[in-house]
Design a protein around this ligand. Structure first.
Ligand code: DGY
Length: 314
């Protein structure tokens, strides 16, 4: 019988072609609603997901499932233990997106520094002179602190190399990289003009940046988070932004996504908010689709995947 691959969200054609050429049936669903995914993917041998929750309940609704492919790197929303217990591989696409996420991180750093969003909005609001009371800041000569110096953090340092900034980084597992000073965690918060969060979402990093860290930061420093909303204590960040404890924040990820318009962050002027788009580019979406579908094909043809995050005894 032809094996089914369930795509709750559609993916670039290049990925679907890989599946079809491998003789698999592609089923495109109607989005991320939990119950709909259970019904639409009931026959699936593989599923390719975004950042939606994928728990034991949904795995049990898909009894043929052999592989859960994450269209991206973070797998915090997947119950990996439940998958392993059921003999289901969890795979991701870490190589496809580091450069793209780093580009977005540096773009947001520059945008929040230069007030680009508020200045542009001011023109739409017929308020050319908004700029007078809201000068931007140069990044030249400043210190950028990178928290989490894995693939993405290192790409950020590389992209920043032409900006005449000092780059410091904290990561207990990091090796020396030219032109980057490895420092302790506290030094990042105390000395960086820009604190960039590129940590994985793990129990140890959950809510690990809150009131204490914002107190350590300089009043004219900015926070940029492209990792996961759960790493910050969002209510503490709102307080720090309101009180002027820090100058501003650029955030691509939130505790609750989609970010409700009633979230207090939305009412603040000193924030740049984007809807989890760090890897949402034409090129990266295509690369992620290729990497994820190739691993799906490998698993469904009895081979080992290239990028598994769990170990399955075959
Ligand atoms: C990731 O890869 O985890 C990004 O957050 C986009 O999904």
């Amino acid at each position: 019988m032809t094996k089914q691959v369930f795509l709750p969200d559609d993916i670039p054609a290049v990925g679907k072609k890989i599946l079809e050429e491998a003789g698999l049936e592609v089923v495109v669903g109607s989005g991320r609603d939990h119950e709909k995914m259970k019904a639409e993917g009931a026959e699936a041998s593989a599923v390719l997901i975004g950042t939606q929750k994928f728990d034991a309940d949904i795995m049990d609704a898909m009894p043929n499932l052999k592989v859960i492919a994450r269209n991206g790197v973070g797998y915090d929303a997947v119950d990996v233990d439940a998958a392993t217990q059921r003999g289901i591989y969890v795979v991701n696409t870490p190589k496809a997106l580091s450069g793209s996420v780093a580009e977005t991180a540096v773009s947001e750093l520059l945008a929040i520094s230069k007030n680009l969003y508020q200045d542009s909005k001011a023109i739409h609001d017929d308020n050319w002179n908004y700029r007078k009371a809201h000068p931007g800041r140069d990044i030249e000569g400043k210190t950028v602190g990178i928290l989490g110096f894995g693939r993405i953090g290192q790409q950020v340092a590389k992209k920043l190399s032409g900006f005449d900034v000092k780059v410091i980084a904290f990561d207990p597992f990091a090796k020396d990289v030219p032109n980057v000073e490895l420092v302790d965690r506290e030094t990042i918060f105390k000395t960086a003009d820009y604190v960039m969060v590129h940590l994985p979402a793990l129990p140890e990093t959950q809510h690990s940046i809150g009131a204490d860290e914002f107190k350590l930061m300089k009043n004219d420093a900015f926070l940029i988070n492209m990792a996961r909303g759960s790493i910050l204590v969002e209510s503490d960040l709102v307080s720090a932004l309101k009180s002027g404890e820090i100058a501003g924040a650029a955030l691509d990820v939130f505790e609750e996504e989609p970010l409700p318009v009633t979230n207090p962050l939305v009412a603040l002027e000193n924030v740049l908010l984007t809807p989890h788009i760090a890897s949402n580019t034409v090129e990266t979406k295509a690369r992620m689709a290729v990497d994820a579908t190739n691993d799906i094909v490998r698993v469904l043809s009895g081979k080992s995947p290239e990028s598994a995050v769990n170990k399955i005894n075959k």
